[in-house]
Design a protein. Structure first.
Length: 497
């Protein structure tokens, strides 16, 4: 143990440096060479009924090299399982026997990023943990990222953006290319938006139109979260390809600015082609508006009220390619998802300081008179430095669930079950001071396959409704249900310059 502490102290000592060399070529163009080193420690834990309990102390080194606009970084982690008296090195991170695929995946995960350009450059390319992508109203692509398996496991994605407005002679087009995991390349998203306002030149009216396509080469893939039963898969990556799915979406957004209020009008048309034994095409049309009110000169609009209607075929699953797609994807495109062709979208936004502080809660629910069914999405984002309120502090809270019938029977167990349908809740707090970064990630999520075990943790009894009439009540044993949730936490301290 003393040796470990000495090693950590030594790493901290030598992590606080950066070497920069500037070379002048014949044409006097400065070529910048740079080497950075980040080092730190983290403690992470994850409990999942399929993967068991994972507790790690981690020492990590992240060296990175830059030559002008090109950079490459490495993520070298040394994880130790925690036991009362002995730390055991997790050699599976470095040595994998008789499995070529997992060895290749392990080598890919040693990369932190490969990068070209920056967000201020017309062409930007990066791999690793990638930004969230959202298309239009989110009818097909809704806040999608590649962080579902974090912590404990990671996906190594690809993200590229072409921003024509940053050229010397601007082009009002922005193009995107997105792949969540190059080690499991079954999801590919490409598309872009055209800013027609560039040709209109109006302070009152703006117009944007876009086109995105999604290729899903394995729309019924099974992994830790989406497998129907716990014994069907033992890894979170799956390189089989079957049941190809292709999606297309066409968002159009117009904005009217009245200075004291703002009106956004959004239309989006989406199609999904499912290449099964009997190929089918499903589609949806979204119409929506959002009003933004209370415009302060120093802060921007404070309140946003959205409302929309989706008309869809029964086999179309709204927001399928979302931040929870790894949880929900197993059979969402195989069966009818609803008993109705109409969905209502509504909620609210509270924003401040030009959207550097945002709190939102959104719902989408089918139109029916028989029961209330809804999916939920809530977010909170705080950027302390951009808002000028607390430099170095960032907070992100995210919650998302799939469609489920709301039920308030019993003592609350069934209500808990209904609002955690294929859901993920996470909170991430990071604080940067000088060259030190302290971050905490914690959360819980419920895998899609847990729903198939509903009979294992439910009980039925006879009770009375509010009017005194006898009825059958279904409740959930929350202790049993809680054991099947995937719970995770990571505390990390790093030093870099």
């Amino acid at each position: 143990m003393r040796l470990i502490y000495m090693l950590v102290f030594t790493i901290f000592q030598y992590s606080l440096f950066s070497i920069t060399i500037q070379v002048t070529e014949i044409n006097d163009y400065p070529l910048k060479l740079q080497f950075n080193l980040e080092a730190g420690v983290s403690v992470e834990g994850k409990v999942n009924s399929k993967t068991g309990r994972m507790d790690y102390n981690t020492i990590f080194l992240k060296p990175s090299f830059y030559i002008d606009k090109f950079g490459i970084g490495f993520d070298l982690k040394f994880r130790f399982s925690r036991f009362p008296e002995l730390l055991t090195f997790n050699e599976r991170d470095w040595i994998i026997y008789k499995d070529t695929n997992k060895l290749m995946f392990s080598l890919i995960d040693k990369l932190d990023f490969v990068r070209f350009g920056s967000k201020k450059y017309p062409i930007y390319f990066t791999t690793g943990t990638i930004p969230t992508i959202h298309a239009g109203s989110g009818l097909l692509i809704n806040s999608m990222n590649n962080e579902t398996f974090s912590p404990g496991f990671k996906e190594h994605g690809v993200y590229s953006v072409f921003n024509g407005m940053l050229f010397k002679y601007p082009i009002p087009f922005k193009g995107y290319f997105f792949m969540p995991d190059i080690a499991d390349p079954d999801i590919i998203i490409a598309g872009g938006t055209l800013d027609a306002s560039y040709f209109i030149n109006s302070d009152f009216f703006s117009l944007n139109t876009g086109f995105y396509t999604v290729l899903d080469f394995d729309s019924t893939e099974s992994n830790f979260f989406s497998a129907q039963t716990p014994d069907k898969i033992d890894y979170y990556r799956n390189t089989d390809f079957n049941n190809h799915t292709i999606g297309f979406t066409f968002p159009v957004e117009s904005k009217f600015d009245f200075k004291i209020a703002q009106l956004q009008v959004l239309s989006e048309t989406s199609f999904v082609l499912k290449n099964k034994i009997n190929p089918t095409i499903d589609g949806a049309q979204f119409f929506g508006i959002r009003g933004n009110f209370v415009n302060l000169e120093s802060s921007g609009y404070l309140i946003g009220i959205p409302f929309g209607i989706t008309i869809k075929s029964k086999g179309f699953y709204p927001g399928y390619f979302s931040s929870n797609y790894q949880i929900t994807r197993k059979d969402q495109f195989e069966n009818e998802t609803d008993y109705t062709n109409f969905l209502f979208n509504y909620g609210f936004y509270l924003t401040a300081f030009d959207d550097t502080i945002v709190f939102s809660f959104l719902l989408y629910s089918p139109f029916t008179m028989e029961w209330y069914k809804a999916g939920y999405e809530g977010t909170f984002h705080f950027d302390g430095e951009a808002s000028g309120l607390m430099k170095g502090l960032d907070i992100d809270i995210k919650y998302r669930s799939s469609l489920e019938q709301l039920n308030t029977q019993g003592d609350g167990g069934f209500f808990l079950y209904t609002i955690t349908k294929d859901f993920r809740f996470s909170i991430e707090i990071a604080y940067n001071i000088y060259s030190t970064r302290i971050s905490l990630l914690a959360g819980v999520q419920r895998a899609h396959w847990v729903s198939s075990l509903f009979n294992d943790f439910k009980y039925v009894y006879t009770g009375n409704d509010p009017n005194g009439n006898e009825q059958i009540i279904i409740n959930v044993v929350t202790d049993n249900f809680g054991k099947l949730l995937d719970k995770f936490i990571r505390l990390e301290v790093s030093f870099a310059l």
